[in-house]
Design a protein around this ligand. Structure first.
Ligand SMILES: [Ca+2]
Ligand SMILES: [Ca+2]
Ligand SMILES: [Ca+2]
Length: 132
């Protein structure tokens, strides 16, 4: 291989590596999509999401995460009876630790980590339960 050809090969490899890095940045990231609920029930999608319950105390929510790794937050407001369903695979985080013991965290086929005020809020479909 001539010297010029070698330089061209090296340049092509560098471009390919740079392109791969840009693609990884574009499609990667750990945050996913953030969604605020305004309706009940509140549905996620197959995408990776962080979903928040409706704004205000005393509003009982029902939130479904569906596929992919989801974070479902019903721990922002209290005096409500929130039901948070993973409803799909992936590793999900279900938060119902809002200061009352009225809520329910219901796991799905994936691995579900449930954050609760008391174990009564965690269904037996939670793979891991943390009392906060
Ligand atoms: Ca609520
Ligand atoms: Ca709540
Ligand atoms: Ca609670």
């Amino acid at each position: 291989m001539g010297k010029v050809a070698k330089v061209l090969v090296v340049a092509a490899v560098l471009v390919a590596v740079a392109a791969a890095a840009v693609m990884a940045q574009g499609t990667g990231g750990s945050s996913g999509v953030s969604k605020q609920c305004y309706h009940i029930p509140c549905h996620g999608s197959a995408a990776k999401e962080t979903i928040y319950e409706r704004i205000g105390d005393g509003k009982s929510d029902r939130i479904y995460g569906y596929g992919s790794n989801d974070r479902l937050h019903a721990n922002t407001y209290s005096n409500d009876t929130d039901k948070v369903h993973a409803s799909g695979g992936g590793t999900n985080y279900l938060y119902v630790n809002d200061g009352d013991t009225l809520d329910g965290a219901i796991g799905g086929p994936g691995f579900d980590h449930c954050y609760v005020d008391a174990t009564v809020e965690a269904s037996d479909t939670c793979d891991k339960v943390s009392v906060r």
